[in-house]
Design a protein around this ligand. Structure first.
Ligand code: HEM
Ligand code: HEM
Length: 230
C-alpha cells in the first residue's frame, strides 16, 4: 500500500497547535471550576487560551475552505467518508462557537474579557443574568460535546492507523517518509517465461492506472478492486 496524501505543512502545524491549546483549555476549564485557591489565575489563563483558539480557528477555517483537502485513503468507505467530513466540520463549528460563547458569557456578567494579563476586549453581550445563565449552560454543553467529538476523532484515526494500517495518522505528522520502492523493484530481469508474464501484468496495471488518471500502478481499492474516485 502506498503512503496516503498528506495535508499541507501549514495545516499540520495549525492542527497540532490547536490540539495542544484545546487539550490545555479543556483541562484548565474543568480544573478551575473545581478549584478555590487558584480560580482567578486559572480563569485568566483559560480566557487567554480560549481567545487564541478563536483566532487560530478563524485562520484554519479560511485555510480549509480555500484549499483542497487531500483525498482520504481507500480504506474509508462512502458512509465513513461522510462521518469523517461531518465530524471535522463539527469540530470546526464547536471550536468557533465555544470561545465566542465564553467571551459573551463573561460580557454578560458586566465585565470585559482580559487576555495576556492586560488586554481588554470589548463586551459582546448585554449585562443580564438570564443571558449569562443560558450562555453558562451552553459553554458546559459545548465543552462536553467537544470531549465526545475529539474522542471519536482520535479513536477513528487510531483504529485506521493501528488496525487497518493505512497510514491515516501520517497525513497529519511531520516525520520524513521512506520513498516507496519502484513498482518493478525486486522483479527478476532475466526473460524467462514466468518473468515475462510478471512484466506483462505490471505493464497492464500501469496502463489501467494511467486510464484512471492515476500515477500509481497499485492504485486499487482495499481488496484489490479498482478504487472509486472521489
Ligand atoms: C475552545 C475554547 C474553550 C474551551 C474548550 C472551554 C472550556 C471550558 C470548560 C471545560 C469549562 C468548565 C465548564 C464546566 O465544568 O461546567 C469552562 C469554563 C469557563 N470558561 Fe471556557 N472554554 C473555552 C473558551 C473560553 C473563553 C474564550 C472564555 C472567555 C473569554 C471562557 C471563559 C470561561 C469561564 C469564565 C468559565 C468558568 C465559569 C464559571 O466559573 O462558572 N472560556 N470553559
Ligand atoms: C483537540 C484535539 C484535536 C482537534 C480539535 C482535531 C481537529 C481536526 C480537524 C478539524 C481535522 C480536519 C483537518 C483540517 O481540516 O484541518 C483533523 C484531522 C486529523 N487529525 Fe485531528 N484533531 C485533534 C486531535 C488529534 C489527535 C490527538 C490526533 C492523533 C491521534 C489527530 C489526528 C488527525 C489526523 C490523522 C487527521 C487527518 C484525518 C484525515 O485524513 O482527514 N487529531 N483533526
Amino acid at each position: 500500500m502506498t503512503a496516503p496524501e498528506r495535508y499541507p505543512i501549514r495545516t499540520r502545524i495549525l492542527h497540532w497547535l490547536t490540539a495542544l491549546l484545546v487539550f490545555s483549555t479543556l483541562f484548565i476549564g474543568f480544573m478551575m471550576v473545581n478549584s478555590l485557591g487558584s480560580y482567578a489565575s486559572l480563569r485568566a489563563v483559560h480566557m487567554t487560551l480560549g481567545v487564541l483558539i478563536l483566532v487560530i480557528m478563524v485562520t484554519r477555517a479560511a485555510n480549509r475552505f480555500t484549499h483542497r483537502v487531500p483525498k482520504l485513503p481507500d480504506t474509508v468507505g462512502w458512509i465513513e467518508h461522510q462521518l469523517v467530513v461531518g465530524s471535522e466540520l463539527a469540530l470546526y463549528a464547536v471550536l468557533l462557537a465555544q470561545p465566542l460563547v465564553g467571551w459573551a458569557m463573561v460580557s454578560a456578567t458586566g465585565r470585559s474579557v482580559v487576555i495576556f494579563g492586560s488586554l481588554h476586549l470589548p463586551r459582546i453581550a448585554p449585562f443580564d443574568a438570564d443571558v449569562f445563565f443560558i450562555l453558562r449552560q451552553t459553554h458546559s454543553v459545548l465543552a462536553y460535546t467537544l470531549v465526545v467529538v475529539i474522542a471519536a476523532h482520535v479513536s477513528a484515526v487510531l483504529l485506521h492507523t493501528l488496525t487497518l494500517r493505512d497510514g491515516m495518522l501520517s497525513r497529519m505528522t511531520f516525520a520524513r517518509r521512506q520513498r516507496s520502492p519502484h513498482p518493478r523493484a525486486g522483479v527478476p530481469t532475466a526473460d524467462t517465461p514466468s518473468n515475462s508474464a510478471i512484466s506483462r501484468t505490471l505493464a497492464a496495471a500501469d496502463v489501467h492506472a494511467a486510464g484512471c488518471g492515476s500515477n500509481n500502478a497499485q492504485d486499487t481499492g482495499r481488496h484489490g478492486r479498482p478504487r472509486r474516485h472521489r
